[in-house]
Write a protein of this length. Structure first.
Length: 188
């Protein structure tokens, strides 16, 4: 049986189309089964305890960060003492999202501190020995938070279990520090 070149090309095209359709269905099923993967979104709620500002937003959609959401996060996490803003590391939001997921709760965080200007950081260092001279707050890579409905000791424990970034638990002040630096842990 002889097959013409045209029939061979048509058959190859049909097989490629079927294969692509199956791949699309498979990737959609995978995205639906895995929150936060390509094709789905990641949401956070952030409440700044000093300004009472609140954001409830999707910061990741499809395969990338949402620029408008990141801009709003930069505003909410500004140095509330002087209004100075800095770009916040988006992977810090991923850390928040993931730790809430590991705890099985909605990612609703009360923010004690986000970005700190050099002036604010120095003033805080003068009053406390728990403030680092080269704090990652100065780079928009750290956040101090509480997670709604979760004891801070448990939040710190789950964050430590992720084995990435810095995790500091401040029992007396009742908050957890998270950052995107090298993995390390401490109690304050």
């Amino acid at each position: 049986m002889r097959v013409s070149r045209r029939r061979l090309l048509l058959a190859g095209g049909a097989l490629a189309g079927l294969s692509a359709a199956g791949a699309v269905r498979s990737s959609r099923a995978l995205a639906a089964a895995s929150p936060g993967t390509a094709g789905s979104g990641k949401r956070l709620t952030l409440v700044n305890l000093h300004t009472a500002e609140r954001l409830d937003l999707e910061y990741w959609r499809g395969t990338d960060y949402v620029p408008e959401s990141l801009a709003a996060i930069n505003v909410l996490l500004r140095d509330f003492r002087n209004g100075e803003r800095h770009v916040i590391d988006p992977s810090l939001m991923d850390t928040l999202y993931e730790v809430a997921g590991r705890l099985g709760v909605d990612p609703v965080f009360s923010v004690i501190s986000g970005y700190r200007s050099p002036q604010t950081n120095e003033r805080l260092r003068e009053r406390s020995n728990g403030v680092a001279r080269h704090s990652l707050h100065l780079e928009g890579r750290a956040i101090d938070v509480r997670l709604a409905g979760v004891d801070c000791a448990l939040l710190a424990d789950r964050a430590r279990g992720m084995s990435r970034g810095g995790v500091g638990y401040y029992r007396k002040s009742d908050f957890v520090h998270l950052d995107t630096g090298a993995f390390r842990t401490w109690n304050g």
